[in-house]
Design a protein around this ligand. Structure first.
Ligand SMILES: Nc1ncnc2c1ncn2[C@@H]1O[C@H](COP(=O)(O)OP(=O)(O)OP(=O)(O)O)[C@@H](O)[C@H]1O
Length: 602
């Protein structure tokens, strides 16, 4: 079974099946950390997916919080931690202080419905002021010249751009009622043939923001060769995008190629015998190999999309990305970059190869999704982290839960610790086979696995819908990693929680995360805000190499020796039996044997 088809289905906890277990682990109280008013206010404010059921009339205090949340966030800096230098903006369309309309909205539930229906039908804006207010209300910031207007509803989009009817049908079938802000703004820009650099929170629907306009623009299958290429940093993400394109293109016989070893081999034939595809999805390395072996002809490509663009423009991927750009030689090649994080250095680099691009920022730049309640927990030392996680489990966990650690080794260690704690836990990392990974993810989705320990492999793009809690057991190496990791919860307008453990050693880097939390509207203690920022060098070093940490292990050396001794006795006795009763020669394996942790289950 395909791992990311399963992921696409989201993770749902099987409450019926595990109802007895739930009682043990049911949280004592809802633990978002925000008070109820604040939570209601914030989630309504950010509920652009309209998943939230209409609430009873808001208490005045909630209204105030809505205003405060808005003004806090709008007055906040647009820059990330690494972005103090400021940024050049051709044309900032954002206006502040348009809260009046929102207050009126919350008064009359019925009139809100009517307004929405009217809005669904309407195309365009009566005035630039109305347009600015619209963007400001949805926290859409745009920079550049001749920027196409956003659309307000899928209906409006269909009318204005004469959307292919099959696309309308597929949007409807997907159950998407309203476009998200990034979709509202990015789709028209791509449809107008402009280059775009788009930054929008995790789980805010960026994939459809580039898939929909490409499909519309390609119109139908043609036998000329690749016309759109989408690059993603991991095979897993590429597969997820492939599945989303398949879903959205039902009714048109587009030839879509997910570049794998097998599909690359079929492209090895003489050019005139090769299967002609319309859309190609690939990881950089695989595509570069195919280009170098002359299996790929990318001269007809009109759309080149980099998903998780900042990752693809980082050292390690940059050379490959560059080679792909060079191979896409069509003079009207249109380039689109998408990510939840685009550090200013990456943006500067990107603008050197883009043609008068339009920049979109949804919310604050390099901030986390606002529906995630973020917490920092001081644990002192590595032992303290283990104690903290055990307390969290005993205090009540609401599965599914994702735990991130910094290495494969540590993922295995933590797994060996938690497996005895009576929770359904598993571990996923790149050393596990594809079949094992498929099985684990399927179990996570079905609620058989409550807690999944993961490495950075699962940090970007993966669309688990129902994850309630993300725990950064190991402090992330970069702000970007933090934003993407915690972005596995709180997707598509849902609320979620993220807890980050830190020790004395991590404190140097704390301020970067504190800034993200503040930018995303979370409460942060004053002493944290007053902390020193890590220096450029410190950040650079951490990015290159994670902090050295002691082994995750609570077993005393006495217990370890006792278990090792027992094993030796058993092993010797087996050998004795096998050799017909003669005493087994003494062996020295006990010295070589690692701590007596059980072997990792598959
Ligand atoms: N208009 C919409 N209404 C409701 N749900 C939507 C809409 N558009 C996309 N979604 C859903 O939202 C979820 C998140 O979308 P997607 O994976 O594209 O997010 P993303 O912004 O790319 O996140 P990340 O930065 O983590 O990669 C998906 O399950 C998708 O089906």
């Amino acid at each position: 079974m395909d791992l990311f088809r399963m992921l696409g289905g989201g993770a749902r906890f099987d409450k019926k099946r595990f109802k007895d277990d739930i009682e043990v682990f049911q949280p004592k109280a809802a633990s978002t950390g925000l008070n109820a008013d604040a939570e209601a206010a914030l989630s309504t404010e950010l509920d652009f997916f309209k998943n939230k059921k209409p609430a009873a009339k808001k208490a005045p205090v909630a209204k105030k919080l809505v205003k405060k949340a808005k003004s806090d966030s709008e007055s906040g800096s647009d820059d990330d931690d690494e972005d103090d230098s400021g940024e050049s903006s051709g044309e900032d369309q954002t206006h502040e202080g348009d809260d009046e309309s929102q207050d009126e909205d919350s008064d009359e539930e019925d009139s809100e419905e009517d307004e929405q229906e009217d809005e669904e039908e309407s195309i365009g804006f009566d005035s630039t002021e109305q347009l600015s207010l619209f963007r400001s209300h949805l926290k859409i910031k745009v920079y550049g010249t001749d920027i196409p207007n956003p659309f307000r509803s899928f209906n409006g989009l269909a009318k204005q751009y004469k959307l292919e009817p099959y696309l309308e049908r597929n949007i409807l079938a997907s159950g998407f009622k309203k476009p998200t802000p990034i979709q509202m703004q990015a789709i028209p820009i791509i449809l107008h043939g402009r280059d775009v650099m788009a930054m929008a929170p995790t789980g805010s629907g960026k994939t459809m923001a580039f898939v929909l306009p490409i499909l519309h623009d390609l119109k139908g299958p043609e036998k000329v060769g690749y016309r759109a290429v989408i690059i993603s940093p991991t095979r897993e993400l590429a597969t997820q995008i492939f599945n989303q394109i398949k879903k959205l293109s039902v009714g048109r016989k587009f030839k879509i190629c997910m570049l794998t070893k097998a599909t690359a081999a079929t492209q090895g034939q003489a050019p005139h015998l090769r299967q002609k595809y319309d859309i190609l999805i690939s990881t950089p390395l695989r595509l570069v190999h195919a280009i170098q072996q002359e299996k790929m002809e990318l001269g007809h490509v009109r759309h080149l999309i980099l998903d998780e663009a900042d990752k693809l423009l980082e050292q390690g991927f940059l050379e490959q990305t560059d080679e792909i750009f060079a191979a896409c030689s069509h003079p009207s090649l249109q380039k689109s970059l998408f990510s939840a994080t685009l550090p200013s250095g990456v943006e500067a680099l990107a603008s050197t190869f883009m043609r008068s691009p339009i920049r979109i920022v949804i919310g604050s730049k390099n901030a986390a999704t606002e529906t995630i309640n973020q917490k920092l927990v001081y644990c002192g030392s590595e032992e303290g982290k283990l104690i903290a996680i055990r307390q969290l489990i005993q205090g009540g966990l609401k599965p599914p839960v994702l735990i991130f650690v910094q290495s494969i080794e540590r993922a295995k260690e933590l797994f060996h610790e938690l497996i005895y704690d009576g929770i359904h836990v598993d571990v996923i990392h790149s050393e596990r086979t594809k079949a094992q990974r498929d099985k684990i993810v399927e179990s996570f989705r079905q609620g058989k696995v409550w807690v999944l320990i993961a490495t950075e492999l699962m940090a970007r793009g993966v669309d688990f819908k129902g994850v309630n809690l993300v725990i950064n057991y190991d402090f992330p190496q970069t702000v970007q990693s933090y934003i993407h990791r915690i972005g596995r919860t709180g997707r598509a307008g849902r609320s979620g929680e993220a807890v980050t453990y830190f020790t004395n050693e991590d404190q140097t880097y704390l301020k970067s995360i504190v800034n993200v939390m503040r930018e995303s509207g979370c409460e942060v203690a004053d002493w944290m805000l007053a902390m020193k920022k890590p220096s450029k060098n410190e950040k650079k070093n951490l990015r290159k190499m994670p902090l050295g940490r002691s082994t995750i292990n609570t077993m005393s050396s006495y217990d370890k020796k006792k278990i090792a001794h027992k094993r030796d006795i058993i092993a010797n006795s087996k050998k004795r039996k096998a050799s017909g009763g003669a005493p087994a020669p003494a062996n020295g394996t006990d010295k070589r044997r690692k701590a007596a942790a059980p072997a990792e289950s598959s």
